[in-house]
Design a protein around this ligand. Structure first.
Ligand SMILES: C[S@@+](CC[C@H](N)C(=O)[O-])C[C@H]1O[C@@H](n2cnc3c(N)ncnc32)[C@H](O)[C@@H]1O
Length: 273
């Protein structure tokens, strides 16, 4: 680790990792943080990047923190049930989940993202036992073979799968599921309606990224017949939403009443296989 600021030159989907990082940092500085990711604050300080570009508001930051916390809860529960496990954290960006959850000595944790993102991670975060980064596109065919194949595996993908095509999502998940005896998958997904509304999403517009894959709960079984939904939660129903700023809660309450539309725009899924 160095004390000089790290230059950030990421574009498109890679640049969106700065929005989620910043969201967690803003949450951490709030009077009553939801996630309390203090490492994110330190990371933001150490990056040479103008975060104002992303126009994240207080409510956006809280939304990011709620989503991260729910995925932390599902991952932590899995690791409590399986002391000897693998975690494949896909599209990790600069997320500090492995430090937040601090898994036990028999867990092998892999953070996977593009090589330039992993380079940046390595400048910022310390090594730890049982932890490795895999610098690759998740759609590359061979990297999955490097994961242990003899133990339950938790696959976590936060803010990732919407950037892949349906074919890539299906191939990736089938490859991972075929590689391991059993496990769980936790991720967030937009609905197809939300994909069409992406031009209203400031982060997507300002980073010039493109969304491809959207689903609803009925679409999950098409990804793999081995996937069974354990829980799925609308982003508007996440535990802790009551802590959001009043204006955001009021907007969420109104949105939640619109059938088939806004309530289902973004959901978090926990599946087993
Ligand atoms: C919205 S960011 C989320 C980052 C992180 N999960 C978080 O919550 O902070 C999307 C991430 O997906 C990564 N990503 C997008 N497409 C990818 C691919 N094909 N292979 C690996 N990573 C990818 C980007 O580089 C970026 O880190």
């Amino acid at each position: 680790m160095t004390s000089a600021k790290s230059k950030v030159q990421l574009t498109g989907a890679k640049e969106t990792l700065l929005a989620t990082l910043y969201g967690r940092a803003v949450d951490s500085r709030a009077k009553k943080p939801i996630l309390g990711d203090t490492m994110a604050v330190d990371t933001v300080r150490r990056l040479d990047y103008d975060f104002r570009k992303l126009r994240m508001r207080g409510g956006d930051a809280a939304g990011v923190a709620l989503r991260a916390r729910q995925l932390d809860v599902w991952t932590a529960r899995f690791l409590t049930l399986h002391e000897e496990a693998t975690v494949a954290h896909l599209g990790c960006g600069l997320d500090t989940r492995v430090y937040r959850l601090d898994p036990g000595p028999r867990v092998r944790w892999y953070d996977v993202d593009f090589p330039d993102v992993i380079d940046l991670r390595r400048q910022l975060y310390p090594e730890r036992p049982g932890y490795a980064e895999i610098p690759t596109s998740v759609t590359a065919p061979d990297w999955v073979d490097g994961l242990p194949s003899d133990r339950p595996t938790m696959i976590v993908a936060e803010g990732l799968l919407m950037y892949l095509t349906e074919e890539d999502v299906t191939t990736l998940l089938r490859r991972l599921i075929a590689h391991t005896p059993s496990g769980e998958l936790a991720f967030d997904a937009f609905s197809r309606f939300a994909l069409r509304a992406a031009r209203l999403n400031t982060v997507i517009v300002r980073t010039g990224s493109t969304l491809h894959w959207g689903t609803d709960p009925a679409g999950i079984s098409r990804l793999s017949p081995r996937l069974e939904i354990v829980e799925n939660i609308s982003a508007l129903d996440l535990p802790g939403i009551e802590k959001l700023p009043v204006a955001y809660r009021a907007a969420a309450r109104i949105a939640a009443r619109i059938p088939g539309g806004l309530r289902d725009m973004s959901r978090l899924y926990n599946c087993r296989f």
